[in-house]
Design a protein around this ligand. Structure first.
Ligand SMILES: Cc1cc2nc3c(=O)[nH]c(=O)nc-3n(C[C@H](O)[C@H](O)[C@H](O)COP(=O)(O)OP(=O)(O)OC[C@H]3O[C@@H](n4cnc5c(N)ncnc54)[C@H](O)[C@@H]3O)c2cc1C
Length: 348
């Protein structure tokens, strides 16, 4: 008998396993690679919504716990995961500059928006109106995290690399059984895969496909993340990730010509140096109708839980959401209403 089965080893499942480890609870994790959102993600953490210059939901609290959370994993696994990088929002007009300075004056945004106009010094980027700098931002190498975390669990025989088969799940009042494993509860952290889950597929998880390119641009030499119509995210060896797209129709993990053209058109509108596309990836973000996570206990089967719906902000959301779910399971501490799945009527 283990305390938990955790299904899904993306940012959600990893964060939950980490909370279990800290609290000395036993678990078995099960995951396949049917969803790749966490593997392909740009990995940015940034508390500000850069379209509207507003603070993301609960961003301050999330930032405060997410960074030390990943730092601890980084130290334990001895793999570099966190990179502090400024995010520069490229302005397209004087009006946009003014909106930025208005926002930077608001008490909740003040800690995160620099009040100084930053001039462009990179001759390969067209930015005549300059930039606003977001403070406290960076990148989590999500691909390394997923790979290293899974390898560590596999080594300890705590991870089964397989697709969860719902026909083999038995739910009792006192416990659950899956194949030969008995557990007190089971947490589904399956990203967009939740749609295949007969217990939780009543939840309005829409899914939004995103595609990202990797380019090699030896002349660019840009150390900052540039946010314009697309993000340019610097990596090592003159490589930059460029993205992302938002597609609500296509739910596959396949890279498409259409997305590549869209990203390159946007990129060419402000990048003025030669580059070569060296990679393209795609994944489906677990997005929700009301843009809030889907956390909570199943209304009919109280040993079944959902940890999902992180949309395009998994890096910042996952650690606090995992902690809140743990507090619900173990201490019956109520979830924030905005993220609790009980906000959606149950039907089966
Ligand atoms: C192109 C792109 C760029 C992004 N950029 C950023 C960014 O810069 N910053 C940010 O914070 N977020 C970003 N995101 C969003 C972020 O990736 C997600 O919020 C986050 O990864 C979701 O994590 P998750 O663990 O819920 O889901 P997933 O990463 O999808 O993980 C779910 C896991 O469960 C497994 N699984 C599913 N069904 C089953 C089953 N039946 N049996 C076994 N295993 C199963 C899947 O294979 C997968 O391993 C981006 C997403 C995309 C697509």
């Amino acid at each position: 008998m283990v305390d938990y089965i955790v299904v899904g080893m993306g940012l959600a499942g990893i964060s939950f396993c980490e909370v279990l480890k800290k609290n000395k609870r036993s678990f078995i994790a099960i995951s396949d690679d049917s969803q790749v959102s966490s593997v392909v993600a740009g990995g940015l953490y940034n508390p500000v919504i850069l379209k509207r210059f507003s603070l993301a939901w609960n961003a301050k609290e999330q930032m405060e716990s997410a960074i030390p959370f990943y730092k601890e994993i980084e130290e334990r696994l001895k793999r570099r995961l966190l990179y502090k990088i400024p995010v520069l929002r490229r302005f397209t007009s004087i009006e946009e500059q003014n909106l930025w300075f208005e926002a930077a004056d608001k008490p909740n945004l003040k800690p995160f928006l620099s009040p100084d106009l930053k001039f462009n010094t990179n001759e390969h980027i067209e930015a005549p109106f300059g930039y606003g700098e977001v403070l406290g931002t960076g990148r989590l190498d999500t691909a390394v995290l997923v790979e290293a975390y899974a390898a560590n669990l596999r080594e300890k025989k705590l991870l089964l690399s397989e697709t969860f088969n719902f026909n083999e799940l038995r739910v009792f009042d006192s416990h659950i059984e899956y194949k030969s494993i008995s557990a007190k509860q089971i947490v589904f952290a399956t990203g967009f895969g939740l749609r295949e889950n007969p217990y939780f597929n009543y939840l309005p998880l829409n899914g939004t496909k995103g595609e990202l390119l990797t380019i090699k641009a030896p002349l660019l030499k840009e150390p900052n993340v540039i946010k314009s119509s697309v993000f340019i995210i610097p990596k090592e060896k003159d490589l930059y990730r460029v993205g992302a797209t938002y597609n609500r129709e296509d739910k596959t993990n396949l890279a498409t010509d259409g997305a590549r053209e869209e990203l390159l058109k946007k990129l060419d509108s402000f990048l003025k140096c030669p580059y070569e596309v060296v990679d393209q990836v795609a994944g489906v973000r677990p997005t929700v109708k009301d843009r809030k996570p889907l956390i909570g206990r199943h209304p009919r089967y109280p040993r079944l839980y959902s940890l999902n719906g992180f949309g395009s902000r998994g890096v910042m959301l996952a650690p606090t959401a995992a902690q809140q779910l743990f507090d619900l399971v173990e201490n019956n501490k109520s979830l924030n209403k905005e993220i609790d799945i009980s906000r959606f009527p149950y039907s089966n």
